[in-house]
Design a protein around this ligand. Sequence first.
Ligand code: SAH
Ligand code: SF4
Ligand code: F3S
Length: 467
Amino acid sequence: MPNISTIDELKKQEEYTDMLKDILFMRYDNNQPKAHVRTYGCQQNVADSEKIKGMLEKMGCELTENTEDADIIIFNTCAVREHAEDRVFGNVGELKALKRRKPSLLIGLCGCMMEQKHISERIYKSFPYVGMVFGTHVIHKFPEMLYNAVTTGKRFVERGTDDGKIYEGIPVHRDGSFKGWLSIMYGCDNFCTYCIVPYVRGRERSRQSKTVLEEAKAMVKSGFKEITLLGQNVNSYGKGLEEKTSFPKLLKNVSEIEGDFWIRFMTSHPKDASKELIDVIADSEKICNHIHLPFQSGSDGILKRMNRHYDKEKYMEIVNYAKSKIPDLALTSDVIVGFPGETYEDFQKTLDLIREVEFTSLFTFIYSPRVGTPAAKMDDPIPYEEKSRWFSELLKVQEEIAAKRCAEMNGKTYRVLVEEQKKDGILCARTQNNIIVEVQGSADLIGTFQNAEVTESRNWILRGKLV
Ligand code: SAH
Ligand code: SF4
Ligand code: F3S
């Protein structure tokens, strides 16, 4: 059960929510206020934004995709790379004109960027029209913070502290009706030397398995066809809980929930990926045969300096075990090019690993120094232009592999989940191993499982027909 202090805290927030219903309604001339929440960054932020939207709805707001229409605008930000931060700074700048046209507009910035003191201070100073600045540790207090902002008219910065608590029962507005996110844990304790996440998300803590299972059951009951279990390192799920549990056990329990649905999970840290995990995936029809297993680098020396706690041999051991156990397995990964001190030789080892594993797709990043992380203080002699050249070399290698992996699917039939319809009427359907197949069909198939035969593969785009 959630502990008493978090229940009391959320009750207090409900009271603020109730008061805000009338206050906001009046503020916007007796019209239902419109709120826009924009999400940057990873699925953790998507899940947090769903909570902010849930709270806004309870305050009587209607959600809108359009900033022009909005009375309340919240940007939920990401700090993982400089590029992500630059986008936020640019987009916030664009809100200035909106605020000038509509002085009653309330603008808030939250999320990982705001947990960094130098950033939240810069935002507060440079953007006087941003009234609310708050971090990841205080999201549950959003109603109280908004109430104070509206009733006093004062701007605020609230970063809070990582109290290690989990606030169960915050209202949630799920973005999708058939694909959904389910956080099983929060924070990260791994402190990879390049990464800002442990500093902005706090210490790792797991939700009780009973609560996770109840939420999963409720999602299945309300028609969800795909549930993605979320955590920065799902493989260490359960650490610190009184109950004796583990990620493979949780995954198995979720897969035993009755109903026709798929399960995905992310992210799996290779240092804690066990054979037991692979066996659970192999044994269940519902758990997708896709593992996102970030390797970051193929060089043992770099992995050590990244503080990743595995080497290439250990990574390949789990990959090969998974390949031997799970038919049609797709592996995807994250990789960083140009970590401080990385040589062209190190980089070639990354390419070797990519060729050996044959990932179906890769998320590729050029190293971006983050203030306060150990890597930001390491010697980094390779110029950015050189890193960019390595990066292009990597993309070329991966493109060929992806095309080859997709070509292997040609002629076969797969069970797919129809996800969306493109502007030209074509439906995008996803296989268990996370590949999109484009098919002809009507929009009412969206959100249903179908069978698709792949009839054409062009690079990494597959076309097919429903059968
Ligand atoms: N918890 C996940 C990753 C979360 S961040 C894991 O451990 O795999 C997503 C990805 O962003 C990371 O896997 C890494 O490849 C990349 N990343 C993180 N910090 C970065 C940095 N400072 N520069 C470049 N890429 C980075
Ligand atoms: Fe960052 Fe490493 Fe934690 Fe992933 S495991 S979030 S890369 S510190
Ligand atoms: Fe970005 Fe925060 Fe996720 S830094 S990657 S949104 S945990």
